[in-house]
Design a protein around this ligand. Structure first.
Ligand code: PAF
Length: 285
């Protein structure tokens, strides 16, 4: 496995692979890898000739009071996990390589990033779309893999790719969960064991709402009430938002007459967690 830190070198590597007719799969990450990331990598391995993973904790997607400095990092451990996939190239630039002095060009998707996490993390998605656009120009992938766990990010990147005509196929992969239902996230590493237990309320609440939906309830308010009841049993969990939204536009909806997503963001202690379920089989009209 090759580790590349320079933009130019990564571009040369990808150009050479493309000239050989090889298809490149790409998994962008911020490191501290878990089974969710590895599932994206395995699918990338399966679907292309070459697999590139980036590890870059992107400063521009963190707000001034967010956890950029404390975000978990363990490059050695990540490399051991990636060797096993196996990954061909790890692109791991320093911040100054990605954002040299004078950097001032941004990529922003407007409507899709207004609500949900976008409402609580101003500038976050502008940082995400900017870095993903840059990574696409550097790694030049044919396919790029994103997890449904970051649902708003996935939809936003898909929109950016379509609006700006990036020649990259975005592949969405299902959320990977711990056996007890907790959605895998690098930020789970922040949780104490009591907090980890409390954090289960998120997936339980979403499951309860999903159950209600499957039983035939198509009113967002009813599903939300079901989820709120579960969350109320865990008073240490502070809900930031809990919403039913159109799965495509992410606009809030009151009736599930089209594919929808129930999304939640909540604080457990000092850790902000997100999760969602997609409710796709529509019965109500
Ligand atoms: O999902 C992430 O880990 C990040 O937002 C991404 C896509 C790697 C961009 O920094």
């Amino acid at each position: 496995m090759e580790v590349i830190k320079a933009v130019k070198e990564m571009q040369r590597w990808s150009e050479a692979a493309r000239l050989r007719g090889e298809r490149i799969a790409f998994v962008p990450t911020m490191g501290y890898l878990h089974e969710g990331h590895l599932s994206l990598m395995r699918e990338g391995r399966r679907r292309a000739d070459r697999l590139v993973v980036s590890i870059f904790v992107n400063p521009t997607q963190f707000g001034p009071r967010e956890d950029f400095n404390t975000y978990p990092r363990d490059f050695e451990r990540d490399c051991v996990l990636m060797e096993r996939v196996p990954v061909d190239v790890v692109f791991a630039p320093e911040p100054a390589e990605m954002y040299p002095q004078g950097f001032q060009t941004w990529v922003e998707t407007t409507e899709l990033t207004r609500g949900l996490c976008g409402a609580f993390r101003p500038g976050h998605f502008r940082g995400v779309t900017t870095v993903v656009a840059k990574l696409f120009n550097i790694v030049k992938p044919h396919l790029a893999f994103f997890g449904e766990k970051d649902y708003q990010q996935l939809r936003t990147v898909e929109r950016m790719v379509s609006d700006l005509n990036f020649d990259v196929e975005i592949v969405a992969m299902p959320t990977v969960r711990e056996p007890d239902g907790l959605a895998m996230s690098s930020r789970n590493a922040y949780l104490s064991s009591a907090e980890r237990q409390a954090a289960l309320a998120l997936s339980r609440a979403l499951n309860a709402a999903q159950r209600r939906f499957r039983e035939g309830s198509f009113l967002a308010e009813e599903l939300l009430a079901e989820a709120r009841q579960v969350l109320a049993q865990e008073p240490t969990v502070r809900v930031e938002y809990l919403e039913v939204a159109d799965a495509r536009t992410l606009e809030p909806i009151s009736k599930l007459d089209r594919p929808a997503v129930i999304a939640i963001a909540a604080w457990v202690g000092r850790t902000r967690l997100i999760d969602n379920v997609v409710l796709a089989d529509v019965g109500a009209q």
